[in-house]
Write a protein that binds this ligand. Structure first.
Ligand code: ADP
Ligand code: MG
Length: 612
């Protein structure tokens, strides 16, 4: 095989689009020790990619050599292959670029009086001449893929190719804040990034708004050091283009570690949103394997699961320290206030039977149940106004009464209280049969009962979807869904995923689907809607198909059972709902992302009183 052909094949792997050229050339400039790098692009890189640096430059001989395959000056032993401290390491980037473009190199070392120029077109050496040029290196790559029309045709719209270039550029500049970079497209400046701190670099790349939104991260352990910045929850976005991991100064894509960050933000941001993050890992180079992917953005870690945990816990801690995580704890500090409440584990003062009437209702003036006035005056604790905790329990008193549990006047307080869980429950009030209100550490907590319940059900179903994967509920009347070509193709594409979760579907040539069976926990009425939702979500293409299918199913199942607004809840029911809500992993949001809990802070309450 000729070298030219070998290079062209190699180029297929290394050079996929103009952005790959930008990446390889700029990384070489970084490796050459430059502290100023300029990138000029014309026509999204089709016509020209030019990279100029003030790095170490090359001798005339090295300049000629640099286009040979495996001409790297950077690998000395095979051990170096694992220990990648420089950017390029295979010594084939320049050879590959030169195989599929017209390349002109001008370079000069500081110590040389005159520089050298090399021209190569499609692997063909065109000539080398002395040239007067500033110290450093200047590569011009023209007419990319001029000799591989198929590849040239394969390039996307200019805007897309430019977007790829910008992404590659960002990945590099975010790891080298001490180098100044500029990027031009058709003579217009896109980025002009002076040497700066990392934070300043991030802000210079992504805009001033980020300045207020970044929290520094510093996680220092024996297996990994993680530094950088993570966004405040308020900065979260549905689809963020500001999620960056770097490992030993190299950009890394990782759904896995993304998940760790997402988990750290759980409850703090809407489940489908994520704040920007810029996280830099430092690990022992021997503990990673960067060769799993030809373009090297995916990296295998020896200690991946440990790092996952460290990352999640570290970010979580960073957030809690920085005070951006709202405190949603119930108010437990003021539990020892002076009003006795009915808890079986709280010591009760001995009470004369006649002097206390649990059916007393301060709001019910017509009530003649019990000897109100006498009990009132002889209560062993302040009697007016009615103690707050008792008021909360009035509903339950009624229920107990109506249920006939309390018919016997001889029932003791301890008997009554046995049906009450202590503390929290006794402080829950339902308003408008819609919200549950409770004091909380920082003020008043208001919980939307329906959304809370939905979150609880969702959590139960999401686990069921996994477990009962192959149970099917056969429909008495199969449902026919007529789809457009695209939706049908999409649905067909994920037919296995449908089947796994319990759908029995028939795909017909006329783009219709017959739904014959659905997962057992779905209502037959919702079959069409759920299937459509699943297809839509696949169309929109967020994330993993089977995860989003499970999500949609669990939401549909939860919606089927969720309690309506307008349902009055007993204190015990409220307590159970709230207990289960806080046992879920995202109590702050309904599965659809609506807020479940609102906290009205003390300052807000106090403001209301002072302003009036
Ligand atoms: P690699 O970067 O893997 O070594 P390349 O094909 O990218 O392989 O580059 C080949 C060699 O050319 C490098 O090892 C380096 O010696 C030299 N070189 C490339 N670009 C520059 C530059 N901007 N400044 C100085 N030397 C360079
Ligand atoms: Mg290189």
């Amino acid at each position: 095989m000729s070298d030219a052909l070998a290079n062209q094949i190699a180029a297929g792997e290394v050079i996929q689009r103009p952005a790959s050229v930008v990446k390889e050339l700029v990384e070489n400039s970084v490796d050459a020790g430059a502290d100023e790098i300029t990138v000029n692009i014309k026509d999204a890189g089709r016509t020209l990619v030019q990279v100029i640096d003030n790095g170490c430059g090359m001798s005339a001989a090295d300049a000629r050599m640099s286009f040979e395959r495996h001409a790297t000056s950077k690998i000395y032993t095979s051990d170096d292959l694992f220990c990648i401290c420089t950017k390029g390491f295979r010594g084939e980037a320049l050879a590959s670029i030169a195989a599929v473009a017209e390349v002109e190199l001008k370079t000069r070392r500081e110590e040389d009086a005159i520089g050298t120029q090399v021209v190569i077109n499609g692997s063909q050496f065109m000539g080398q001449n002395p040239v007067s040029t500033p110290a450093g290196t200047n590569f011009s790559v023209k007419n990319l893929f001029f000799n591989v029309p198929a590849r040239r045709k394969f390039l996307k719209a200019n805007s897309t190719e430019l977007q790829h270039i910008v992404s590659e550029f960002q990945r590099i500049v975010l790891t080298h804040p001490s180098i100044s970079f500029s990027l031009y497209h058709n003579g217009n400046i896109i980025y002009n990034l002076p040497q700066s701190t990392l934070k300043q670099r991030i802000v210079n790349v992504f805009g001033k708004n980020l300045n207020q939104e970044l929290i520094p991260v510093e996680i220092d352990t024996s297996i990994v050091k993680i530094s950088g910045f993570t966004g405040k929850p308020a900065a979260s976005k549905k689809r963020s283009d500001k999620e960056f991991f770097f490992v030993n100064s190299r950009f890394m894509k990782s759904q896995y570690f993304h998940k760790a960050v997402a988990l750290a933000y759980e409850n703090l941001v809407r489940p489908d949103c994520i704040p920007p993050y810029f996280l830099y890992f430092e690990v022992d180079p021997h503990s990673i394997d960067v060769n799993v992917h030809p373009t090297k953005t995916e990296i295998n870690f020896e200690n991946a699961s440990d790092i996952f945990r460290l990352l999640q816990a570290g970010i979580r801690e960073t957030l809690s320290k920085s005070d951006v995580a709202p405190a949603i704890d119930f108010d437990s500090e003021s539990d020892d206030i002076d009003v006795p409440y009915f808890s079986k584990d709280a010591p009760m003062p001995p009470m004369p039977k006649v002097s206390f009437n649990p059916f007393y209702n301060p709001f019910d003036n017509d009530s003649d149940s019990g000897s109100r006035s006498s009990s009132h005056s002889s209560m062993p604790y302040p009697s007016a106004p009615m103690p707050e905790r008792e008021r909360h329990n009035l509903d339950n008193w009624d229920r107990l009464y109506n249920d006939g549990i309390m018919h016997d006047d001889g029932a003791t307080l301890a008997d009554v209280s046995s049906s009450f869980a202590p503390k929290v429950e006794n402080r829950l009030i339902q308003i408008k049969n819609k919200y549950i209100v409770s004091p909380s550490k920082s003020g008043i907590m208001v919980i939307d009962q329906r959304r809370a319940h939905k979150r609880v059900l969702y959590q139960q179903y999401i686990e069921k979807v996994d477990v009962n994967a192959d149970a099917v509920q056969t429909l008495l009347y199969p449902v026919v869904l007529n789809l457009d070509v695209q939706s049908f193709a999409m649905a067909f594409d994920i037919r296995d995923e449908f089947q796994v979760v319990g759908f029995d579907m028939e795909f017909n040539e006329d783009n219709s689907i017959v739904i014959k069976g659905i997962p057992p926990y779905l209502s037959p009425d919702s079959a069409t809607e759920v299937v459509n939702d699943i297809i839509d979500s696949y169309k929109e293409g967020h994330g993993n198909v089977s995860t989003s299918i499970k999500d949609i199913l669990a939401i549909a199942a939860a919606n089927r059972e969720v309690i309506p607004y307008g349902k009055s809840l007993t204190p015990e029911e409220m307590r159970q709902l709230i207990d289960s809500l806080f046992a879920t992993n995202a109590p702050n949001f309904s599965p659809e992302g609506e807020p479940v809990i609102v906290i009205i802070g003390m300052d807000e309450i106090e403001k209301r009183f002072t302003n009036s």
